[in-house]
Design a protein around this ligand. Structure first.
Ligand code: GDU
Length: 586
């Protein structure tokens, strides 16, 4: 009351809302008027932001929170009435005829696609101090994830336009950032000329954090570092839908004739090898929602794609998050829970959170929901009475929960690909990765980089090159297969057919070799490589690479992740590349 005169009419409104919502405790420790007045105004700026960035405002946030906290206290099962079963989807095998024809269809569709990267997460599990999209996907060329994604998008749209006989239109590329990643993402783009994209094409949408909750009444938590602020935490990648909706971009895209929105995550170096074919599946099967999936090892930290059938007859195909799959199975007649079957994998395909949404039905749905996604809460209680929390909690949401509000008529499908060609994220720090049970993927910087060489080697093998077998090596306590370090620019080889068309005769690559293809029109013919070969080429120049290349090459030199004299992005992978000798061709 005493501070009311400081406030603008809008701020008085916000104060009233807070009081009506039972949040008077937020003002309990406020100083007399004249003391900390600027901080008090800043408090209301924050409240205004929290109120406007959440669909339905703070009132809606608190109401939902009370409901979810009550459910959680009661121990209510979020899957009550649902029985899980294994859904059917499109299963693709890289390189076979059906894959090739889906790829062809996907490339044709790509000119009608917009691309959305969710990159607001800091990646606590990885413990890297920078932003994850700035990490090198591989250190042979040092290409970071963001550069690799942008180059793939450019190459894909270019190829698609070429087939359609069109010249380039604006390529819509959105990055969702957060306060944790925004500034550094802008700096990365600006200091690298947007990696070849027009700056006007890259749209950054920053997600806001949400208010933390102190108790089951959903009393908002005061920031422990500043009594004039509400404590906030990330709301999760599900925010991307509300942000896209409120930005107005979806309507613009629709008006521009676009048909697809592709969502992807921050550190998967293989992802775009799977995109053309999956987009082809979306177009052919007319899926409104298509999730990319890979065979999943039981208990692996990726959600399981599941059909949930309710006792009332409703049914949906949805991701069940990895921590919920096991209890759901145990509660519904599968006493062993989340286990591998005779194939050595969980029967539920693993969601890699690469989603392809059909724009028309997406807009239709979002105009009903404003992009709000079903949320959840995960409080850590002090004891079994579930009356108080160990630390404040908040509501969270996930982008893959989008189909939960869709009508039963929605066509929700998925596309399963081999892991080696589709999924190799960088999520775990070296210590945790080294503890991963044998046979399960490490998901570390080490395994992420090795997976790129492996995939490229296997693709070239399928295309007819004699690529040597890998050697086993241990880096940062993780046993990995080290394949020849083969990399190429996306514009060289976007699809399997394109790659095959650039390889002729008897080509071979020895285990210790490195091959870097930088040009577009590079043709390998009877190449025998034992060492390092870098092929540079100007945009349109045609380069034939023939004959034998032999030199000392580049070697991998182990480094210890604890050695802080080595840059962080190198030591988290446990090796550095020692560039001894190479041949360059132009
Ligand atoms: N992210 C945001 N904002 C957030 C939180 C995360 O943009 O508030 C972004 C991250 O930057 C990242 C993506 O969302 O690009 C995913 O975040 P995590 O890597 O932390 O996700 P999880 O490993 O917890 O799990 C997610 C899905 C799983 C499975 C897995 C596959 O929830 O079902 O698909 O990715 O990598």
């Amino acid at each position: 009351q005493k501070n009311l005169h400081l406030l603008s009419p809008q701020q008085v409104e916000l104060a009233k809302i807070l009081l009506e919502l039972g949040q008077s405790h937020l003002f309990e420790h406020w100083a007399e008027p004249g003391v900390d007045d600027n901080e008090k105004k800043a408090f209301f700026d924050q409240v205004a932001r929290l109120n406007s960035s959440y669909p339905g405002g703070l009132a809606s946030y608190i109401k939902t929170a009370r409901g979810l906290l009550a459910d959680s206290k009661e121990g209510k099962n979020p899957f009550d009435g649902f029985t899980p079963s294994v859904p059917t989807g499109e299963v693709l095998t890289f390189g076979d005829d059906s894959f090739v024809s889906f790829e062809d269809r996907g490339v044709r569709e790509a000119r009608k696609a917009a691309f959305v990267l969710v990159a607001g997460g800091l990646g606590e599990r990885l413990g890297y101090n920078g932003i994850k999209v700035a990490l090198p996907a591989e250190t042979t060329t040092g290409t970071c994830f963001l550069q690799s994604y942008i180059e793939y998008v450019l190459a894909l749209r270019e190829a698609s336009n070429r087939l359609a006989g069109e010249s380039e239109t604006e390529i819509p590329f959105v990055i969702m950032t957060s306060d944790d990643t925004h500034t550094r993402t802008v700096e990365l783009l600006e200091s690298n000329s947007y990696f070849g994209m027009k700056p006007s094409q890259v749209k950054l949408l920053k997600q806001e954090k949400v208010a933390c909750l102190d108790d089951n009444e959903a009393r908002l938590a005061v920031d422990p570092h500043n009594k004039y602020r509400i404590q906030t935490k990330p709301h999760g990648h599900g925010d991307v839908h509300a942000l896209l909706y409120s930005s107005g971009l979806l309507k613009n895209w629709h008006n521009a004739g676009l048909r697809w929105v592709l969502f992807f995550q921050d550190t998967n170096g293989l992802l775009f090898k799977a995109i053309p074919a999956s987009l082809g599946v979306s177009a052919t099967r007319e899926y409104h929602v298509n999730s990319l999936a890979v065979p999943r090892k039981a208990k692996e930290a990726i959600g399981g794609i599941t059909r949930l059938t309710h006792t009332d007859g409703r049914s949906m195909v949805i991701n069940v998050e990895y921590n919920q799959l096991d209890p759901l199975l145990r509660a519904t007649g599968f006493p062993d829970g989340d286990v591998n079957n005779e194939t050595g994998y969980s029967p539920f395909p693993g969601n890699i959170n690469q989603l392809i949404l059909e724009l028309g039905s997406y807009i239709e749905e979002l105009s009903k929901t404003q992009g709000a996604i079903k949320e959840f809460v995960n409080p850590k209680y002090k004891d079994a009475t579930k009356t108080s929390f160990k630390s404040s909690t908040r509501l969270e949401c996930m982008m893959q929960d989008y189909p939960k509000t869709l009508p039963p008529s929605a066509r929700v499908g998925f596309t399963v690909m081999d892991t080696w060609v589709a999924y190799a994220p960088v999520k775990n720090n070296p210590e945790d990765a080294a503890k991963v049970p044998k046979g399960n993927p490490y998901h570390s910087a080490t395994s992420g980089e090795m997976a790129i060489y492996r995939a490229n080697s296997l693709v070239l093998r399928k295309a007819g090159v004699k690529v040597a077998d890998p050697v086993e090596q241990v880096f940062n306590g993780q046993e990995v297969e080290v394949w020849p370090r083969i990399t190429w620019k996306p514009k060289w080889g976007l699809t399997f057919s394109e790659i095959k068309s650039k390889i002729n005769g008897n080509c071979s690559i020895s285990p210790r070799s490195t091959l870097v293809i930088k040009g577009k029109n590079v043709y390998l013919k009877d190449l025998s490589l034992d060492g390092t070969l870098i092929v540079n080429a100007d945009e349109d120049a045609e380069v034939k690479v023939e004959g034998s290349v032999h030199n000392k090459g580049w070697t991998l030199e182990p480094v210890d992740y604890k050695d802080t004299s080595v840059p962080e992005e190198i030591r988290i992978r446990g090796f550095r590349i020692n560039k001894i000798e190479q041949e360059e061709r132009n």
